[in-house]
Design a protein around this ligand. Sequence first.
Ligand SMILES: Nc1nc2c(ncn2[C@@H]2O[C@H](COP(=O)(O)OP(=O)(O)OP(=O)(O)O)[C@@H](O)[C@H]2O)c(=O)[nH]1
Ligand SMILES: [Zn+2]
Length: 214
Amino acid sequence: MSLHNLADTPAGNPTVSAPEPPVAVRAGRQVPEVNIEAAEHAVVDLLRALGRDAESTHLHDTPRRVAAAYRELLTPAMFDLTTFPNDAGYDELVLARNIPLTSLCEHHMLPFRGVAHVAYLPGERILGLSKLARVVELFARDLQVQERLTMQIADWLDEHLAPRGIGVVVEAEHLCMSMRGVHATGTSTVTSAVRGRLRENESTRREFLDLIRG
Ligand SMILES: Nc1nc2c(ncn2[C@@H]2O[C@H](COP(=O)(O)OP(=O)(O)OP(=O)(O)O)[C@@H](O)[C@H]2O)c(=O)[nH]1
Ligand SMILES: [Zn+2]
């Protein structure tokens, strides 16, 4: 893992903009580092702003827990992209269906949860199957919108595996839409991204959608 600490701003110089937060590179994705101490202080402030006694016996450990929970939800695991030569010349779709997914919507910082279906049409190499789920997690652990998440999964596979085609479908329920606001409980939002043969060829795309439905 490489870690870039961007240049510090000289103290007291109002003409220089604030430093960018440090960023780590995980499996090819730039992931901002969480400042856990600052996050804990911010949760204390939030509790107070919400009229809660942050020092009470019940709440005094809550800032630590909340900061740790957000760090976990926003930090994907690093992994190696294990691929194998496609010696057998397998040229049909490979589909991982119902990959569980939890992310945080960037508007309310509330979870959206569901499944991703990720397929590719192999070229010269096939991918270790677990990596399809790892790629989903790589981009789900972020403040997201579902459309961007769906495209990032497809683009990452395109860039790192270079298969002949890719299909990604994400189905998720957004808590900001079900537990508050419009209270549309049970609504599932579906997004898709197709690349290569799945984009160009109607019958390959149809086959992908049929396989998802089982
Ligand atoms: N396109 C898209 N919208 C999302 C996603 N997650 C949440 N949203 C929406 O982002 C919008 C934010 O709109 P605002 O009107 O600023 O927020 P709000 O006042 O809380 O709106 P309500 O949720 O309608 O009460 C809402 O319509 C959310 O449903 C997502 O992944 N993709
Ligand atoms: Zn939301």
